[in-house]
Design a protein around this ligand. Structure first.
Ligand code: KMH
Ligand code: ZN
Length: 272
């Protein structure tokens, strides 16, 4: 089996310090959390940024400031800005970090409810426009999948030439309004992606480490981090993203899967 790529989603747009005081907002805190994750074994930082008061932003200047600061401490890590941003942002607002030509960025492949009245909107045209910009700038998309139909959408758009091969998927599992995080779900999702594709599993909340373990044994990759889950174990708030990554490293070692360095992750994902 190929080595395991661990992604750390260190911050997100929604989780707050009220829930876990270690959630990073400032540039300094974002660097601290990125470094803790990389030191523990993460090859990719999935990056949202915030203003100092915690407000999520897609401002290109703030992204540049954070990316430059992370690079100083973690020169090799793959940085994957979010183009999802936060619910309610416009497409142009969300696409701003693509101006920095990162190696990777997220491509959300469908609209999904986020609970209550919140809708995370990704129309077909949105997906096509985001993907076109990524192709033009040689940015590898991570295709964000909240339900199985989003894989089918990405596969069709790939056949129509809107998304390039090989595709890399992230299965977001266990949100309140989309696919659950049972073993049958990950088997279904992983069995639905085209040959030659790669996938990462992101279990939300209490599903984080179950999904990690399933993906490790299935040959997939793993995402953890405060964006998805703030607990190290039931009732124990994680002190850092690094603690969450370190737990995945322990699971992988027990299950016989080696951890990919950023350089190895680049080869697995075809970034170079
Ligand atoms: N915060 C969500 C609205 C992504 O990063 O592309 C979108 C999200 C997905 O987190
Ligand atoms: Zn995200």
């Amino acid at each position: 089996m190929e080595k395991l790529i661990i992604t750390a989603a260190i911050c997100g747009a929604e989780v707050t310090k009220e829930r876990n005081p270690n959630v990073p907002y400032t540039v300094h805190e974002i660097v601290r959390e990125a470094k803790s994750a990389v030191d523990a074994g993460a090859a990719i930082i999935h990056l949202h940024v915030r203003y100092d008061d915690g407000t999520p932003t897609q401002d290109v200047g703030r992204f540049k400031e954070c990316i430059d600061a992370i690079r100083k401490e973690c020169p090799d890590v793959i940085i994957q800005p979010s183009t999802g941003g936060a619910v309610g942002m416009t497409d142009e607002e969300r696409m701003q970090p693509l101006q920095l030509k990162p190696e990777m960025a997220t491509l959300d492949c469908g609209t999904v409810n986020f609970g209550g009245d919140e809708i995370f909107t990704n129309t077909e045209n949105t997906i096509k426009v985001f993907s076109k910009r990524m192709i033009e700038s040689n940015i590898k998309p991570e295709i964000e999948v909240f339900d199985k139909g989003m894989i089918d959408t990405a596969v069709r758009l790939n056949k129509e030439g809107h998304i390039k091969s090989p595709m890399h998927f992230n299965f977001v599992m266990g949100t309140s309004c989309a696919i659950s995080a049972e073993a049958r779900d990950i088997v279904y999702l992983a069995g639905s992606i085209p040959p030659g594709s790669t996938f990462t599993a992101s279990g939300i909340g209490r599903h984080e480490f179950n999904c990690a373990a399933m993906s490790i044994v299935m040959g997939g990759h793993v995402r953890v981090g405060f964006e998805d889950n703030i607990y190290l174990s039931k009732g124990v708030v994680a002190q850092s993203n690094g603690e969450l990554v370190a737990k995945v490293v322990r699971l992988a070692k027990e299950l016989g899967r080696e951890i990919a360095t950023p350089a190895e992750a680049r080869i697995i994902l075809g970034l170079k």
